[in-house]
Design a protein around this ligand. Sequence first.
Ligand SMILES: [Zn+2]
Length: 312
Amino acid sequence: MGVLLLLVDGLGLGPEDPERNPLLVAEMPCLYGLFEGHPHLFVEREQALWGAGAVSVVTDAVMGVPGLPQSASGQTSILAGENAQALLGYHLNGKPNDALARVLRQRGIFGAVRDAGRRGEFINAFRPSSLERMAKGTYVPSATTVSAMAGGVRLRTFEDLARGEAVYNDITNESVADGERGGIEVITPDLAGRRAAALARLSDFTLFEYFLTDLAGHSRSRLAALLALERLDRFIGAVISRLDPRRDTVVVCSDHGNIEDLGVRTHTRNPVGTIVWGLGHEDAVRIRSLVDIKPFVLELVLRRSRCEGRSR
Ligand SMILES: [Zn+2]
């Protein structure tokens, strides 16, 4: 494989206060383990924190625009490598508007991967009802979805999920409604991580999006925050255990802060941490803001020879 990009909604670098910042108290043996338990992994201190074959880089998610950063503009900035919030003049919540959708279609990462003759996959599973509404044009797709569709990527279904060939956005399938289950079982984060790694090995670029972190931040529930973070950590641990750091790269990024400060119900203007593990992680120090993630990822994807992609 090439690069697995894990887009984690609402995961910032927060205050050094365990009462407010659940990242300081959550059980996260994988991510903390990569950085030898460094107490500032989720606190804004050093610009770059070096770990075992990994680096975490402080990343600006505000990018000079007043107000609180939001998902539609932040994710567009990540996926298109353009300062979407500056383009609009404000941070846009939720789903991309026409202007951002145009940016994603013209410069989104999936289109760039395809144009370079490489294979990109978006491994989140979509509910049948969402796919139906999307086909009818009554469902506004997220930035990740617009980018994937513009790159000719097939959206994965609940049939894929039942076969273990997709991952649901909650990682464990717990929030899949009973009526939609059809062979879909609740699984451990570990199994979901192994499935994600297996899928990523088949492609040059793979995207997975997780947003329980953002929901937990909005709820200000400490319990929900710890559950969301610990589930994510176990998932990432399983992903990494199945990949080869000499040829694979995992990038964990976020569109804006939220969960790192349970003192507020809203997003935050905190920077986010971009954690890069595996091949090419040394070069991640050049990431300064969300717009630097796409070129970094794309360079790694293009660095792989076509033959390697075909032979595996
Ligand atoms: Zn949010």
